[in-house]
Design a binder for this molecule. Structure first.
Ligand SMILES: [Zn+2]
Length: 196
């Protein structure tokens, strides 16, 4: 773009030249020989206040230094704020992506900032059983109606290593009943801790 506006020459490559010709009126070279991107606000109210925005186009070799200077010296902005700060005065196409990438890789930010976006409850997975008869899981399956024998639920005890289930009908789901009906559970459950 700079070469075209400065010297009026094109590269001869249609793919490269076409966007230059289309975007030609968005760029100007000022008296200092610097390339600027010119934007005219679409909203008429805004256009009345500030009819034109002139932003300096930054060559590739200065971009990293510019981002790091603003980010490191202005309180380690997040990518969005960093982008808006830079975009108010400067222009290059991949500015937002570069800002995101820089913030993502900033050592200080990674060490000090708390990530509020993805907060999950810590997981406490059950240990993997290594032998038969050590961990058991148990729960009640509530019946839709009281059975003829007066039972309202089925106590399901699963031996975790083998996955073998023990189904015991119980009259209610209280701790006393659970303790009482523990006798129906195979003998080894009583000698091993239960894992809920
Ligand atoms: Zn940072």
């Amino acid at each position: 773009m700079f070469l075209y506006l400065h010297e009026g020459t094109l590269s001869g490559n249609v793919k490269k030249d076409k966007p230059i010709l289309i975007m030609e009126d968005k760029y100007i070279i000022d008296e200092d020989g610097l390339l600027y991107r010119v934007d005219i606000p679409r909203q008429t109210n805004l256009a009345r206040l500030k009819p034109m925005t002139k932003r300096l186009c930054v060559p590739l070799k200065f971009r990293h230094d510019m981002i790091s200077y603003v980010h490191d010296n202005c309180g380690h902005y997040v990518a969005k704020c960093l982008f808006h700060t830079l975009a108010a005065r400067y222009f290059w196409k991949s500015m937002f992506a570069d800002a995101v990438e820089y913030c993502r890789t900033c050592d200080t930010c990674q060490r000090t900032k708390i990530n509020y976006e993805h907060r999950y409850a810590p997981l406490h997975p059950l240990s993997v059983p290594e032998e038969l008869g050590t961990p058991f899981s148990m729960d009640h399956k509530v019946l839709t109606r009281t059975a003829a024998a007066g039972n309202t639920a089925v106590l399901v005890v699963v031996e975790c290593f083998s996955g073998f289930p023990h189904l015991i009908p119980v009259p209610d789901q209280t701790a006393d009943t659970l303790y009482l009906f523990g006798g129906y559970i195979p003998r080894y459950i009583a000698t091993n801790p239960l894992h809920f």
